[in-house]
Structure formats: structure tokens, C-alpha cells
Design a binder for this molecule. Sequence first.
Ligand code: E4P
Length: 213
Amino acid sequence: MRIFIDSANIEEIREINNMGFLAGVTTNPSLVAKEKRDYHQVIREIAAIVDGPISAEVISLDLDGMLQEAEVLAQIHTNVVIKIPLTATGLQAISILSKKEIATNATLIFSANQAILAARAGASYVSPFLGRVDDNGNDGMILLNDIVTVFDNYMLDTEIIAASIRHPMHVIQAAKNGSHIATIPYKVIKQMIKHPMTDAGIEKFLRDWKESM
Ligand code: E4P
């Protein structure tokens, strides 16, 4: 499973990218709005740091608006992936963009049916929102597992991004369920790195080393 960061914060992205495991970035309108910066400039800076797909979402809900935004975003960098919400219009946009060989990420996926339609329309990625499914009293991992099973059955090329990850166990479960990618917030990546036994082990090694001097 490849690891993406779900962030629009340049410092967070740079810090995590320096660790060598980062394969891509996802942003969304809420994450970009938090930065209070020019949207296109943020995407440009991310693309200069990370060598991998960078998802940038359209804001328009109408087809012309989606396509116009997509064209502009796609010109920022060849690694930009156009993130499009899964609506009937979104499916049209995904289909048109895929014919132009512009990569798309179908976002706000809450059912396996939505994922199948996005894949058949030509989406490069689908993003099931695991944490938000859990928030609603259902199990996001069942959704992820359903999508993995269906995509495997028909050998669909569309890659699955486990999104709306809230804690480290989500990441392990996403990997066990065969997700191609997990997009993970900065805070959760930091939680994945840290283990109290590692810290205690380092402390003991250093103590023993000093005592032998
Ligand atoms: C994914 O592409 C989204 O940006 C993100 O994972 C949404 O997560 P949230 O439900 O924590 O806002």
C-alpha cells in the first residue's frame, strides 16, 4: 500500500516527504481553505516538493465549471490529479477528462456502487471516506473491502485511495483489506511513527552505553 499525505500545509508535506516514504498528496477545499493562501500556488508548491500524484479538487458543481477548473489545475503540473465529487455531473466530467488523458480522483465515495460507476467512467482513483462512514455508525472497512473485492473481480485499473483516515488502526486495516493507497493526515502519520517501546528501548541503550564508559 502506498502512503499519501492528506494535507495542504507545505511545512507538513515537506517534513513527511523528507522521510522517504511519501508517494503522493491529496487536498480538498477544507484543507486548502485552512491555509488561507492562493489555491493554485499551494498546488504548485506541493508539486515542486512531492514526486507523485497531487489531488486538487474542483469547487464547481456544474459540468462546464468542473471542466474549466480541471483544465487550469491540470496545467499546473503533470502530476496534478483532478478530484471530482461523485455526482451524475461528476461522472460526466470524469468521463470527458479521462478521454483527454487527464487523471481524476472520484471523491466523497460512500458506496461500492459509486466506486464501480466512477471506475467505469474512467476515474484513475476512487476515494472511499472511511472515517466519515464510521462517524455515521457504519463500518468504513466493509465499504473498502467491498470495493477491493469488486475491483479485483473485474481487474479494474482504477486505484483505491483509503481516505478520511482518523487513526493508525485505520491504516493497518486499510492495508489488510488490500487498499492500493492510504491518504493519511499529518497527525496520524506522526502517530504511526511513534511507539513508547521504541523510545524506552533507545533510552535503555543510551543508559547502558553511558554506564559502560
Ligand atoms: C480525501 O481525499 C479527503 O481529503 C479526506 O481524507 C477527508 O477526510 P476527513 O473526513 O477527515 O475530512
